[in-house]
Design a binder for this molecule. Sequence first.
Ligand code: FBP
Length: 553
Amino acid sequence: MKLSALQLARYAYQPKLPGMLRGGIGEICVKNGEPTQSVADQEKIAALFPNTYGKNEITFCKGENTAPAKRQVVGVILSGGQAPGGHNVICGLYDALKATDQENVLYGFKGGPSGLIDDDYIIFDDEYINAYRNTGGFDIIGSGRTKLETEEQFAIVAENCKKHGINALVIIGGDDSNTNAAVLAEYFAANGSGIQVIGCPKTIDGDLKNEDIECSFGFDTATKTYAEIVGNIQRDANSAKKYWHFVKVMGRSASHVALETALKTQPNICLIGEEVAAKKMSLAAIADYIADSVAARAAKGWNFGVAIIPEGIVEFVPEFSVLIAEINELLAGAKADAFNALPTWEEKYAFIEKGLTKESMAVFAILPQSIQQQLFLERDPHGNVQVSLIESEKLFSEMVKANLKARKANGTYSGKFSALHHFLGYEGRCAFPSNFDADYCYSLGYNAFMLIQYGYTGYLSKVSNLSKPAEEWVAGGMPITKMMNMERRHGADKPVIRKALVELDGAPFKFFQAHRAEWAVETCYVYPGAIQYWGPSEVCDATTVTLALEQNK
Ligand code: FBP
């Protein structure tokens, strides 16, 4: 395989660990914190997790390592969408495991959770690991979205672990995967299998965070990548002065990615799904809001601009989310096969017309045909519409165009509107991790091994104080059950990690809110440029604006 000069140079990068994890495994001890309670529904969660609920938060500190000497055989999986830094979690885990005892073994199960069921694995060695240090991607062992949630699956996993002598599993995933990690930990504990489970918080979406987990890994690099591209597009827009760019950015549900990208680049418009839902904004109201900016800028002779659209927005627009819920119902179970078997769009349209309520049909009817068809594409394994496949950037630009046409007719607008579309998602998920993500991920993996060594299970690897230099980061562990509440999922109440949406009274949104009126009309673009790996610390080590604002730095 031919390697780029950057890849070769990144191999030599030594990720920074929190100060308390430096200086050798023999000098890491545990400080016990307070017992924990789930964020809500304490009684129900306690009853569902009798063996793993209520455990103490723990922090590592400098001191004599008192963990019992034991050969460790650990398995690891990557779960869900790619996020920059995943390889470094595995590298950190491997290095801590080998630094403790060269006889320790790390299994990597391939293709995500299904690898644990199919017993499809590799055993890591130095040569294999070294080829992935500080690189983007999940290709080291692959990932997948198979859900690990039934007792039958757990029994197979236990059997496969027993076969290899595996005493601990590390699950690198988002909120759903770590919810499943907690359930698996409870199952293993209840069945006396002796297998520990530790989670690591991953997702570019940034929605696995709470008072304990300051951010999920990958969010930093992905948003830096999107901000670089948005900045470049803004500079092009400001140079050519003839296009409005509609840029959809990933984020399946929450709008953290859109907000962070906007905070870094100061575009004319950035929609925030959570605000749209709170204000119950209709599609027409959103189009009107964007058109106001287009018209105000046109009045200054600026027929160009940039609008950021979060991919999850469609489910936050009230009439649209009702429409999606009705479509999900319409396609439930075998009905999807009947629908897919219809040979023409006309026949499918008639089927839809019969199945939707009058109100939802009215919404459906005004959508461009391409969007109508995208709403009927295959669901993800959780039964959700795949929002990344809906071209909401085109939906909104079409609606703005219609709105401007009406303004032209009544003489309130006389500009030109020419729209271009972009979707930034996959471009950012496998970028070379920024120094922050390289350091954070390596620390999460290293720390996960410390949790294993000290015998913890059902914990999430926790590294905090992240807006400070790595030396001052704090490493420890938090019981996953602490982050859980009961939610209605597929018609049943389930214990799940609470997903973090953008908080409208939080500092990042408030900062955006205070400035967006000016950004909408003026040209205040910021051009962040590409991620830098070497140079002054403020250029190459700083993390997100979101975290800086949240931590008031
Ligand atoms: P995770 O929550 O698994 O990290 O994935 C998030 C995400 O990147 C979303 O932003 C996006 O909607 C989705 O994955 C795309 O999924 P897929 O990779 O299956 O196309």
